[in-house]
Design a protein around this ligand. Sequence first.
Ligand code: ZN
Length: 88
Amino acid sequence: MLAASTLIILTTLAGYALLCAIRPFAVCRKCSGTGLRNVRKGMKLCRRCHGTRYRLRAGRRLHHHARRLHHDGTRTRPTADKEHLPWQ
Ligand SMILES: [Zn+2]
């Protein structure tokens, strides 16, 4: 029973990760993809998507955050003049 539910959860996560890799943008939920918001005095641009009609998926945003953390925490060039410690 535990293995079946774990398999379902892992399959769902893998499917969402694949979806975020293939289609990172989704239709804006606030304006339903119109890019406009209806106000009584006229139409204005959607405040959430700024009129682009699309939003970045949460999984893709998480992926970007993780890549930025990895990039910021990784040296770009090895330091040749620095003495290597025995455990390195
Ligand atoms: Zn919008």
